[in-house]
Ligand binder design. Sequence first.
Ligand code: RET
Length: 219
Amino acid sequence: MTIGTLYFIGRGRGVRDPEMQKFYIATIFITTIAGAMYLLMATGFGLTQVQVGNQVLDIYWARYADWVFTTPLLLFDLALLAGANRNTIATLVGLDVFMIVTGVIAAFESVAAYRILWWGISTGALLVLLYVLVGTLSEQANRKSPEVARLFSTLRNLTIVLWLLYPVVWILGTEGTIGILPLYWETAAFMVLDLSAKVGFGVLLLRSRSTLEAATKPE
Ligand code: RET
């Protein structure tokens, strides 16, 4: 995450246009926040325990602290690229924060059945969010130049695939209480997802300055 941050700072050097700077600011914050939250998890502070029946679950709460800030920033990047209006951005960010907060409730709930219930509510919000991404936001992106529309659809598809895997890892992992995926493998899976959804996403987004320039120009 830190290497990603430094790389994004490097890419952003010399960008003077305030509209274009938004992409760099958002993307740099994404990996900076994630780096800090991973440090928190590595040093043990980001971990807590929740008792569910006679099971004690290890919950990395720092994950949620990361996601509640970084996922809106990722959506902001996508919305900026698509040239979305404020209402669309507010809808996406609102759904996203709702998804993460209900995910937090799922993680801290001590009745196993209610954990699954909140997981379902959170997953429902994710599906609606992805629907807005595929519908409204894609429509807006298609009004942009072909290169912008192409970059948008690449990043949108990456987002759809990766984001859908989070609830799957969660329910199969320790949080889901079925324990198909032990904590070690769950942690590894989230790490790969986080790196791809943040650093991979950022590398693709900030790869071409001319595409970002085209995205910030009015249609
Ligand atoms: C939780 C659990 C409850 C159900 C759902 C979840 C979704 C999480 C998502 C996280 C995305 C994180 C990203 C991080 C940074 O790159 C909270 C796991 C639906 C979609 C993209």
